[in-house]
Design a binder for this molecule. Structure first.
Ligand SMILES: C[S@@+](CC[C@H](N)C(=O)[O-])C[C@H]1O[C@@H](n2cnc3c(N)ncnc32)[C@H](O)[C@@H]1O
Length: 550
């Protein structure tokens, strides 16, 4: 019998070929010479930009197989599985939307799936494919969800069963994807004795084995939960109303850095992930994401990574007591900056960790012998964090007072001060009572100064085309444009001066557009802003009497 087997052909000369491109492994060549020719002739722009490698200390990781340009989309991937977070206020099991109660009879409750009683958005979501398999097995086993509305934002632990259940159901419905997920890192051995996994052992495994009668052992069930904890991305819709956890099998090969070289965005209702290079990435370099909050200090980031991702980060930023010159974790030495120190040479001296990779290391003054123990640093940090979290997010006075109150203790770029400053940039220009066109001049200037300060920090910890930089640039240019208009109208600026300022705003807006145009729903709004500012610039050039900047 004759077999029809396709023989691969060389990309360059179409003759039979048996060598593949080392990068993407998708394209064949007959010889090394043709591989080089094919690369020069254009494959370098199409070849998959990364490969997965393994090392003993960091496991699998993503490496660039060619130079990647700033802003380039490195890959796009569909989620392998999505589900609610472990414990969260009532969310729709299908679309992830946060649910509000509705009036049913004389009581308030959530809309529920008419079959299994889980809170959902409505009929469309209750019939969605994503919900059908779990709905069926729960109904077959006569299980009905008991969540009911009691108080706003009440966290429901029952959600912890859904994401693992969806993976376990895939063993039958999509065995290949089930295998792919099960091959991801879990850290189950490190997690198994923790309080969370002790609770999961009792709740999740009982639910799967006894309530649903599924044929899985405890270890597999907990391993699946653990794979979620190690690999899941926190997915949000652009307006923040929907929130889910999702596993992207290939993207989860990306290792962490506290100074990452990518950011990711979620596209459409299916939450396909696009991975974007924020800086140029050279062939051979690691492709990294951040698993934590860039604006946290090293103590908080490393602790978060240890507890949630089970590793000790020793990246360049974590190793540096000044966190790449940002001083995000640092506080002032109370002796060098105490009363009477105004003119002393040691004014401004800070306490730095004597070993940032050891959270129990002491913090010592860079100028004198004063030091504090790590636990004092933790206590202080936690107390101030609590203070900060209690502040009213729409009242700038609270944040200004916080910054003022701790100005003798915290460095102006200490992470707590920076978080307060970020909150202020979001209030000034956006919140009711503080919209940009109504901001008094001094607050407009304050907003501009805060944006500059934050941009300096952003450049060091999230360099390049990060979302953080993009949104700050957008805020800054809007404030600068209004300021120019006011200064021109009050004759503080000549027409030529105003034109120069508007040009500066335009440069910022264009960079913000380059960064943010890939974000869902941003492109059109950004292009409209550019058009508006361009016409203001043109008006300035063409009309002798005034510059219109409305
Ligand atoms: C999402 S997975 C990344 C892929 C993983 N390296 C693997 O082999 O499957 C997350 C895990 O990778 C490891 N990891 C990621 N970034 C790391 C880093 N910067 N240093 C050490 N380990 C890291 C940790 O074990 C972490 O829990």
């Amino acid at each position: 019998m004759e077999h029809n087997r396709e023989i691969p052909t060389c990309e360059v000369c179409q003759k039979p070929a048996n060598q593949t491109c080392g990068g993407c492994k998708l394209v064949y060549y007959c010889s090394r010479a043709h591989q080089k020719l094919g690369w020069r002739e254009g494959h370098k722009f199409k070849c998959c930009a990364f490969k997965i490698q393994f090392s003993d200390n960091v496991g699998r990781h993503m490496i660039a197989t060619r130079d990647i340009q700033q802003g380039e989309m490195i890959m796009k991937e569909k989620p392998a599985i999505m589900g609610p977070r472990m414990s969260s206020p009532a969310h729709c099991l299908s679309c992830g939307k946060k649910l509000e109660p509705i009036k049913i009879g004389d009581k308030y409750d959530f809309y529920k799936c008419s079959i299994c009683c889980w809170p959902m958005c409505g009929q469309k979501c209750e019939k969605a494919d994503v919900h059908k398999p779990e709905c069926k097995i729960m109904t077959d086993m006569k299980y009905k969800c008991t969540i009911k509305y009691e108080e706003p934002n009440k966290s429901e632990a029952a959600y912890c069963v859904i994401a693992p259940l969806r993976v376990l159901l895939m063993k039958q419905s999509n065995p290949q994807q089930y295998e792919n997920i099960c091959n991801l890192e879990s850290h189950i051995d490190e997690r198994i004795g923790t309080p969370l996994y002790t609770i999961l052992k009792a709740n999740l495994t009982t639910f799967i084995i006894q309530v649903l009668g599924m044929d899985f052992d405890e270890e597999t069930i907990l391993k699946v939960a653990s794979i979620f904890d190690t690999n899941a991305f926190d997915v949000r819709s652009p307006d923040g109303s929907k929130r889910l956890r999702a596993i992207y099998v290939t993207a989860s090969m990306m290792n962490h850095s506290c100074r990452p070289n990518t950011r990711h965005i979620y596209l459409g209702d299916d939450y396909n992930m696009a991975l974007i290079a924020t800086v140029p990435i050279a062939k051979g370099e690691l492709i990294t994401a951040t698993y934590t909050q860039s604006l946290w200090g090293t103590l908080d980031r490393r602790r978060h990574l240890k507890i949630n991702k089970c590793f000790d980060c020793d990246c360049e930023r974590c190793r540096d007591p000044t966190e790449l010159g940002t001083n995000l974790g640092n506080i002032y030495c109370s002796l060098c900056n105490g009363p009477g120190s105004e003119h002393s040479l040691t004014k401004g001296a800070m306490l730095l960790s004597t070993n940032p990779l050891d959270e129990s290391a002491t913090w010592k003054c860079e100028k004198c012998d004063h030091f504090i123990l790590s636990k004092q640093m933790f206590w202080g940090n936690n107390a101030l964090k609590q203070d900060l979290n209690k502040l009213n997010k729409s009242n700038p006075k609270d944040f200004e007072e916080f910054i003022q109150k701790y100005s003798q203790t915290l460095h102006p770029t200490n992470h707590l001060v920076i978080q307060a400053k970020l909150a202020l940039t979001q209030i000034y220009g956006n919140q009711k009572g503080y919209i940009l066109s109504e901001l008094p001049d001094h607050l407009l200037q304050r907003k501009i100064d805060l944006c500059h300060e934050l941009l300096e920090v952003a450049d060091k910890i999230e360099p390049g085309w990060s979302r953080f930089r993009g949104t700050l640039l957008l805020d800054l240019q809007a404030a600068m444009t209004i300021q120019t208009k006011r200064e021109f109208e009050t004759e503080k600026l000549t027409k030529a001066g105003a034109q120069d300022h508007l040009m500066e705003s335009m440069v910022l807006l264009q960079e913000a557009t380059n960064i943010l145009r890939v974000e869902p729903h941003m492109r059109e709004a950004l292009e409209a802003k550019i058009e508006e500012l361009s016409s203001q610039l043109e008006n300035g050039e063409n009309e002798s009497e005034c510059i219109s900047i409305d």
